[in-house]
Design a protein around this ligand. Structure first.
Ligand SMILES: NC(=O)c1ccc[n+]([C@@H]2O[C@H](COP(=O)([O-])OP(=O)(O)OC[C@H]3O[C@@H](n4cnc5c(N)ncnc54)[C@H](OP(=O)(O)O)[C@@H]3O)[C@@H](O)[C@H]2O)c1
Length: 316
């Protein structure tokens, strides 16, 4: 299938920025739809890339933007619900609208981002349940060449997960951690972007759903303790018993800005580890956390040193 023009939803996010840059540099003509173009002007600097303000939930807007494109990529997803952003609307209804718009606009190829253990029958959280519903909607679409991706947690120097814990560790000497024994197989964002690129260029991926995991499995406690070590910080990570973890999720979930909610707690009840890692099948050699993150966090230590020297010299 010859693909030249690709329309990306969620292309301004963490994964999207990496994927869009990769596709643009590979010569694809990329259009990125966003609610907030003014926040993402750097994307327009990429070759062959346009950034368009669009309400992707509006079927007519989708149809307009998909017309003349060969492929659509949907990366839109949220970790937390807000009054105007329900899991169902974002993870389940939007993929259905994308499928319809692809059909109506004559887009023949769709790549869809789901999540590891997304499951419309037994997803333990609303996040995983609705992601499963979205996956079903795209995988059952007739007359459309679909590929679906289900990654574990995704890491990189500009990620949300490792950086959120780095910030907490820099601020607090003791970190009470919910679900310390939950397991992850973090996958590098570059490997995820490569998986999407391979799919665009290889028709054997059509109709497939790919679990994506990094090369090593860590407990949540190990991830957080490793971040502290990489930052050169001596910190106490205290694993919370289950009842306290639930309480922490309930209390933090009441805050106007969400960092950890009961739904996140429920997602952590299933290990984010692949049953069958597809990277091999896609010809991708995964990068380890150890080959990427220590250099980045090491740079932070240097900057902290320079900052304190500047302070001593009265130049802060
Ligand atoms: N990061 C991970 O560790 C991880 C792991 C597994 C699966 N995933 C999945 O991978 C995808 C990308 O994740 P990410 O980490 O890159 O997310 P992200 O950084 O939060 O980016 C989310 C993107 O979705 C768009 N978006 C968010 N809420 C929206 C809404 N209510 N309506 C329309 N658009 C909305 C945003 O676009 P604008 O704000 O520009 O409109 C943004 O480009 C998601 O589907 C996520 O569930 C991520």
């Amino acid at each position: 299938m010859k693909i030249n023009k690709v329309c990306v939803l969620g292309g301004t996010g963490f994964v999207g920025r990496h994927l869009v840059a990769r596709l643009a540099n590979r010569g694809y003509k990329v259009k990125v739809l966003t609610r907030h173009p003014q926040r993402h002007r750097e994307i327009e600097v990429l070759p062959n890339t346009t950034l368009i303000e669009a309400d992707v939930h509006d079927p007519t807007v989708l149809l307009e933007n998909f017309s003349g494109y060969d492929a659509a990529i949907n990366l839109v997803g949220v970790l937390h619900e807000y009054p105007r952003q329900s899991f169902r609307a974002v993870h389940a209804e939007l993929p259905g609208k994308v499928v319809e718009a692809c059909r109506a606009a004559g887009v023949k190829r769709l790549l869809h981002m789901s999540a590891l253990h997304a499951d419309a029958a037994k997803g333990p959280s609303q996040y995983l349940f609705t992601k499963g519903e979205g996956e079903q909607a795209v995988m059952r679409a007739e007359g459309l060449a679909v590929t679906c991706f289900k990654p574990s947690i995704i890491f990189a120097p500009d990620d949300n997960f490792y950086n959120q814990f780095a910030n907490l560790l820099k601020t607090f000497p003791v970190l009470p951690l919910a679900c310390p024994d939950a397991r992850f197989a973090p996958i590098y964002v570059g490997d995820v972007a490569q998986a999407f690129e391979v799919a665009l260029e290889n028709d054997t991926t059509i109709g497939q759903s790919y679990e994506l995991c990094g090369p090593r499995v860590y407990t949540f406690r190990e991830v957080v303790e490793d971040i502290a070590r990489m930052l050169g910080l001596k910190r106490l990570v205290v694993g919370l018993p289950d009842s306290m973890a639930r309480l922490q999720a309930k209390v933090l979930g009441l805050l106007p800005i969400k960092v950890f909610t009961t739904d996140n707690y429920l997602s952590l009840q299933v290990d984010s580890v692949c049953g069958c890692n597809s990277l091999d099948a896609l010809g991708i050699t995964p990068h380890s956390v150890e080959s990427i993150m220590p250099m980045y966090f090491g740079g932070m230590i240097q900057r902290r040193r320079y900052d304190s020297l500047r302070k001593v010299a009265g130049r802060d």
